[in-house]
Design a protein around this ligand. Structure first.
Ligand SMILES: [Zn+2]
Ligand SMILES: [Zn+2]
Length: 336
């Protein structure tokens, strides 16, 4: 086995390293900066150059080495390279080759180009490790342009009615994806501090985002009437939103396709937008690898693995501590 599933994480014996380990290990290769993949406490880290600034923001002073997408590193007897996963800026699938056998650990991914993250690239391999956050046929995403049009219309209508438009989105990924694509001529955009910290790091590494205004205790809220307010999911459930007074609230998440979730979030609107692949995206991604073996790590694992076996793959579920698209207030700020 090029990669093995150990209690600490996904392990490569030929290179003596782990991929996205959930327990402290000496050497960790990290697919992306979300907190269920990039954890604190490893001896050394290796990630893409594009993922590194956010990892430093979140993990502080870590021993972090970086590679470009597509660049090959020899680690022990393993040849390693990182390839775009399309999930969030800097996110990667990690390709590991040992004696001609190729495995790919994909972390989290989505196959649609969001206009901001590096687009997903299929990597041919013998064995593919996949998530299945939305691994049921009911999950089918609308085109991003359509969802952005809905968000623009919601924002413009609220502005006309003198209301703020408060949109809950993850601090890394979703918030910037929305910001990069909405029609900012409608009005100003205000941001929660956790989102603005991430924006600042991404701008500093050269990514282009429209101007935003960080909400602080001193912010003149009235002067920005009708603004789009990008909030973290936990900010949505706190006193943070109350100062905006008249406002419409919404969430952007793949879970918004399920009526029950929308109701429980007590938001006025739900926009179906995920940084994870939908059913068709998962199937297309797996097919494009040409892999015969598939390991399913998180999400609707047993259902999705059973489906893959019916399609002729040698598929199985592996236990990991990765999480899908969480809507829980406690962790949604940092986990996706
Ligand atoms: Zn993620
Ligand atoms: Zn994840």
């Amino acid at each position: 086995m090029v990669l093995q599933f150990q209690p600490e994480g996904i392990y490569c014996p030929a290179g003596d390293f782990y991929i996205d380990p959930w327990r402290p290990v000496p050497r960790a290769l990290i697919t992306h900066g979300h907190s269920d993949h990039a954890r604190w406490g490893h001896g050394s880290y290796l990630a893409t150059k594009a993922a590194a600034p956010v990892m430093r923001l979140r993990l502080g002073d870590i021993s972090l080495d970086t590679v470009n997408y597509g660049e090959t590193r020899q680690i022990g007897k393993a040849r390693v390279s990182f390839h775009p996963a399309g999930h969030v800026p800097g996110s990667a699938q990690i390709r590991v080759e040992v004696d001609g056998e190729i495995w790919v650990a994909s972390g989290d991914y989505k196959t649609t180009d969001d206009g901001f993250s590096e687009p997903f690239e299929p990597v041919p391999c013998h064995a593919f490790i996949t998530e299945s956050t939305f691994g049921l046929p009911v999950f089918k995403w609308d085109a991003q342009d359509d969802v952005i049009t809905q968000i623009n219309a919601w924002w413009a209508a609220n502005k006309a009615a003198g209301r703020f438009s408060i949109l809950g989105a993850y601090a890394l990924g979703k918030a910037q994806r929305i910001l990069a694509n909405v029609d900012t001529s409608i009005g100003p955009t205000l941001t929660h501090g956790a989102i603005e910290n991430t924006n600042a790091v991404l701008r500093a590494q050269g990514l282009s985002l429209p101007d935003t205004i960080r909400v602080t205790p001193d912010t003149d809220i009235k002067a920005n009437a009708g603004a789009l307010v990008l909030a973290t999911p936990s900010g949505m459930n706190s006193t943070w939103v109350r100062r905006f007074g008249q406002a419409s609230t919404a969430f952007a998440s793949g879970w918004m396709s399920m009526r029950g979730h929308r109701r429980r979030r007590s938001a006025d609107r739900g926009f179906v937008m995920s940084d994870h692949a939908d059913w068709d995206g998962l199937n297309a991604a797996i097919k494009a690898t040409g892999a015969e073996r598939v390991f399913v790590t998180h999400g609707y694992t047993s259902q999705f693995a059973r489906w893959l076996n019916e399609q002729g793959y040698d598929a199985g579920v592996v236990e990991t501590e990765y999480e899908g698209e969480s809507l829980d207030a406690a962790d949604a700020e940092v986990v996706e």
